[in-house]
Design a protein around this ligand. Structure first.
Ligand SMILES: [Zn+2]
Ligand SMILES: [Zn+2]
Length: 106
């Protein structure tokens, strides 16, 4: 297992790892920082590791009906399987829309 070091305080022993959704979330016991450890990105469709980094918006409803970008997450696009999405992302130079738009609970 490669060495993991807290990006905040450089602690490398007092760390807790938790796996969720294929990503490893590390919590630093020293300073409380939480971050996701980089895993080798891989296309879920064809298994290729030749994928491109893209940002996807995480939307949340602010007060009223206005949707606002709350945060962004890194997603990986495969030039083969996600060619259309990747091209749109590179052309628009804006974060990708979320997979699921927030809806009104009814
Ligand atoms: Zn730390
Ligand atoms: Zn692919």
């Amino acid at each position: 297992m490669p060495l993991v070091v807290c990006p905040h305080c450089e602690e490398d022993e007092n760390l807790t790892g938790e796996t969720a959704d294929g990503a490893i979330t590390i919590t630093c016991g020293g300073c409380g920082a939480v971050w996701e450890r980089d895993m080798t990105p891989r296309c879920p469709t064809c298994g290729s590791t030749d994928v491109r980094e893209a940002l996807q918006a995480i939307l949340d409803k602010s007060r009223g009906t206005q949707l606002s970008i709350q945060s962004m997450k890194v997603v990986w696009l495969c030039p083969e399987c996600d060619a259309h999405t990747l091209r749109r992302y590179l052309d628009s130079n804006t974060p990708l829309p979320p997979d699921v738009m927030p809806v009104d609970p009814r």
